[in-house]
Design a protein around this ligand. Structure first.
Ligand code: FAD
Length: 391
């Protein structure tokens, strides 16, 4: 086996899943995470289709199900809080409730994946509160300098550091070359479950351009709630995200929602003190190639589908399985393995990224029940469309 020492940047979904598989196959794995521990926060994300099979093969599916949000349904309200509709068939965040999908908080999923470790008893090395500052590839290895000043060499590096991957920037160039905005922004933060939601989601719908409204859902056995807001905007992400601080992003959300009714004033009050506020563009990453030399991209860093696709997490889990498997199958030969990883996944990724476009169109159009059913069938056909190889 060649290329044994692998450095993975990012410990969220793709990173720990890849670390698990590589460690199981006998590679020496180090994961570097910028945050000082596993990063808290983020929305409820969905594991569905082929990704459920990946979790089963990792032996973590039962644990993931045990941490699921367990939502029973959702209701919609107007600005006065008057209920407009109520259903136990689906939720805005997780989709249909009669499917085997798992909706779980991103940080809970990360904890389960990291805990899965390896099976050879050796474990994975985690470096928290650090990141790759520079890397230099030579024919035999990659020399990495970390932000902390540490210098080490690895055989391979995998960027699993999200849509704004700085590893991708170091190796492939500026983000603008690969980021495709879908015309909106999304913010998520934690609030107390003061609405007394019992495994329930409430959505306040606003009409017209601009803010879409707000969605609040109870999580962690109703102990807390997560708030989601989003708005249309054609402002380029480089300008809106740029070097702005978290406080500036909060101020932007407060401005966009200044006239919103229902519980918005109170939810915005909580936003100011929320330590896990997450704000980002709804955008995708499109790359001609997912590797350059000894560096490969995984998950959002290489092929972000955006929240609108509902498949970012599943693509990261499946990508980790395939990348590790191809490295094992190629005896560690990265040139062969990286090409096979891309061959195996490219069509699946394209189809899943396209879901974001149909999802956004569907959100904007009035759809009949029949159209909705047809859409749901098409959606599941795509998310189930990859047959996993055995490695
Ligand atoms: C805090 C947070 C909140 C999120 N909230 C949402 C949301 O509300 N809606 C949604 O659709 N998706 C959200 N996502 C993205 C979602 O988690 C991913 O689409 C999906 O899970 C794919 O995972 P990934 O592992 O490829 O990337 P991500 O989950 O984005 O993970 C990237 C990881 O890399 C780390 N990292 C970033 N830069 C560096 C660096 N330079 N060096 C080392 N580590 C680095 C991050 O801290 C993070 O742990 C969020 C991600 C994060 C990190």
């Amino acid at each position: 086996m060649r290329n044994m020492r692998v450095l993975i940047s990012g410990a969220s979904v793709g990173g720990p899943a890849l670390a698990y598989w590589l460690n199981r196959y006998g590679f020496e794995v180090t994961v570097v995470e910028r945050y000082a521990g596993l990063r808290p926060g983020g929305q409820a994300i969905d594991v569905r289709g082929t990704a459920l099979e990946v979790c089963e093969r990792m032996g973590v599916l039962a644990e993931i199900r045990a941490h699921s949000t367990g939502l029973r349904g959702m209701s919609t309200v107007d600005g006065d809080g008057k209920e407009l509709s109520s259903t136990t068939e689906w939720t805005a965040s997780g989709g249909r409730l009669d499917r085997s999908d798992v909706e779980i908080l991103r940080d809970d999923l990360a904890t389960v994946l990291v805990g899965a470790g390896g099976t050879d008893g050796k474990g994975v090395e985690y470096l928290f509160d650090d990141s790759i500052a520079a890397l230099a590839q030579s024919t035999g290895e990659v020399a990495v300098t970390f932000r902390s000043g540490l210098s080490r060499t690895f055989d391979l590096v995998v960027a699993a550091d999200g849509v704004h991957s700085s590893t991708r920037r170091l190796v492939f160039g500026p983000e603008e070359n690969f980021l495709r905005p879908l015309g909106g922004y999304l913010a998520v933060w934690t609030v107390p479950n003061y609405l007394g939601l019992d495994r329930w989601q409430m959505a306040y719908l606003m009409e017209g351009d601009g803010p879409w409204g707000a969605m609040v859902m109870s999580v962690r056995d109703n102990a807390e709630a997560r708030v989601y807001v989003g708005f249309d905007s054609d402002e380029p992400p480089a300008r809106v995200l740029g070097d702005r601080t978290v406080s500036e992003h909060k101020r932007l959300v407060a401005e966009v929602y200044a006239d919103a009714r229902w519980e918005m004033p109170r939810l915005l009050e909580y936003m100011w003190g929320a330590p896990d506020f997450h704000f980002d563009a709804i955008a995708q990453i499109h790359m001609d190639s997912w590797s350059r030399g000894r560096v490969a991209l995984l998950g959002d860093a290489g092929y972000c589908g955006s929240p609108a696709s509902g498949q970012g997490t599943s693509m990261a889990l499946i990508g980790a399985y395939v990348l590790a498997g191809e490295l094992k199958a190629a005896g560690g030969d990265h040139t062969t393995a990286f090409a096979a990883y891309e061959r195996e996944l490219r069509d699946f990724v394209t189809a899943n990224q396209n879901l974001a476009l149909t999802n956004r169109e569907r959100m904007e159009a009035e759809v009949s029940e029949g159209d909705q059913d047809a859409y749901t069938d098409d959606f599941y056909q795509v998310v189930n469309s990859l047959a996993l190889k055995d490695y």
